[in-house]
Design a binder for this molecule. Structure first.
Ligand SMILES: [Zn+2]
Length: 226
């Protein structure tokens, strides 16, 4: 985890990315909407493998190179992506997915809550239109959290432009797509058994994620630093 530390975006560059993301959100849509759940879409085979081979444990995997080149988490941090992007009009999760046909919906407070630290790490797009903000959550004091403290930008869970707790409930911005990189193991059997989450079918569209992630669109003036 430390081998390539030092080649990441500087604090100043990270702050510039953060500022750019806030600028876009302010221009596009300043509203927040309630976010009762976050979700992870994968193919049936993925969930079957977790059930049959890993006793229901969903193990964090190494972050790919999707997003901004030089982002500290690329190829370094282990985690699981959860989607928190609501449709601007319906304020609901999308009814289709690029990643698979089975959706695990979990209570959003299971992923993001006051017992975790939350960090801004990236802002990018692939097509100049849909912009993504990547957040990381980590258990305070963990190895991952120490890494985040050194390399990412910590944000206040009660007051930030992306995803925040208001009166005990989570709200998400409608001005950008928000993805959360959760850095702990998830016991899927327990989540379903305790009704923290449930599976539902979703329409699969597209090719799924690429092995090394899709590179950021470097021609976009909105989300690039140079
Ligand atoms: Zn862009």
């Amino acid at each position: 985890m430390t081998s390539s530390e030092g080649t990441f975006l500087t604090d100043q560059q990270l702050t510039m990315l953060y500022d750019k993301s806030v600028e876009v959100i302010c221009k596009r849509d300043r509203r927040f909407a309630p976010l009762p759940a976050m979700w992870r879409d994968k193919a049936t085979a993925y969930w079957d493998r977790i059930r049959l081979k890993y006793n229901g444990f969903m193990i964090p995997y190494r972050k790919d190179f999707n997003g901004t080149p030089g982002s500290a988490i690329n190829g370094n941090l282990m985690g699981l992506f959860f989607n928190a992007s609501l449709h601007k009009k319906t304020k609901k999760p999308p009814t289709f997915s690029y990643f698979g046909n089975q959706r695990l919906m979990v209570n959003s407070s299971f992923i993001v809550n006051v017992h975790q630290n939350i960090y801004f790490v990236d802002f990018y797009c692939h097509n100049l239109r849909d912009h993504y903000v990547t957040l990381v959550v980590a258990r305070p004091g963990s190895v991952v959290d120490n890494f985040c403290q050194r390399n990412l930008k910590q944000i206040n869970i009660f007051n930030n432009p992306f995803l925040k707790i208001v009166n005990g409930k989570l709200y998400v911005t409608l001005g950008a797509n928000i993805e959360v990189f959760y850095t702990d193991i998830v016991d899927v059997n327990r989540v379903v058994h305790d009704r923290i989450g449930r599976f539902s079918p979703v329409t699969f569209r597209g090719m799924g994620s690429k092995e090394f992630g899709i590179a950021k669109n470097l021609s976009c003036k909105v989300c690039n630093l140079w």
